[in-house]
Design a binder for this molecule. Sequence first.
Ligand code: ZN
Ligand code: ZN
Length: 390
Amino acid sequence: MKAAVLYGKEELNIVTDFKDPVIKESEVLIRSKYTGLCSTDRTLYRGFVPFKPPLIIGHEIAGIVEEIGKSSKNLQEGDHVIIPPVYPGCEDENCPACREGLTNRCKNSIFIGHGVHGGDAEYIAVPSKYAFRIKDSVPLDEACIIPDAVSTPFHALKSRSVPPHIVQNSSNYKNLFQQKTHWLRGKNVVVFGVGGVGGPTVNLSSRYFQAKNILAVDIFDKKLDFAKKLGATHTVNMKSFFEENKININDLSGREKAKAISGLARHISSHFAEDKFQVDCVLDCSGVADTFPVAVETVSKNRTVIQVGWPPRPVQDFLNQKIMDKYLTINGTWACPMNELEENVKAVEDGIVDLNLLVTNKDYTLDKLENAIHDLEGGKILGRATINII
Ligand SMILES: [Zn+2]
Ligand SMILES: [Zn+2]
């Protein structure tokens, strides 16, 4: 089959004679139609994380069921499906994480396009229970971004935003996590970094979780304009803010740096003056380490900061007394549990996510995958790019 294979660092070859996958009884063979391009693909391509070559990359997959294993009962040939990038590797979902419902954190997690071959190829074999059917009305060149770019912020917003004391003191805590009565409804949310993941975070906060105000922070005006289309009610360009105030943040340290950061945080929360400057949840989707202290400074007391983007290095000059003093909940998040993925698919099928806006580049084919990675690095892709496999 045709496949995009990494043979080593920056050695990405399109081959036409890669061995077709053979399915087990519990698996289905998927004809991969489109994949979403993720910065993880770039990270692998540049060799920033170890992997075992040869490796077919691509972990945001939408395709069509081509062949069904004997014991696979849930799907039919021709069904449109999406595949989660991370799914449980234990047969009976019986590891400590799976038993607690964290199927996204399974001890034996399978990482498509990293630990096993991915979807930048004509075919991929997956356990049938982890191929999620999606209605034909959702275009596959948009559906492919659901499994990671959309479902990761979906899980973060749904399950990682509510402060523990709110849950503890609720007479019906389950309502806090359901869409119609979700805790975020009518709240003020701040999103740092409007990229492939920050965009969906803004869109879901607005359209699905119905936050009152969504303020997007970035350093590029074009990204902030994009955020407005996706539902941001306010935007702040932090680079312009520092420039206008003649602050060179990179030259500062200690008290001076702390002062500059708190000035920016005050500027952000000033947009919520009518709500007594309340910031209920901050999601850091920037993938930049130094955003974290700004996020901590920006969020209101007794509220939550969620780390959604992968920070590349330790934070400098950060005093974690703030976390204690403000009684904050600092939450990590990781992919999406299988049961929430179903809810996410339904939200898309019901038209509550603007996939057509989130996918901004549809012109790349598998042969142009390397160009697409270069364009992603060069900041030429505003939202998500999708790769046409054939
Ligand atoms: Zn990804
Ligand atoms: Zn498990």
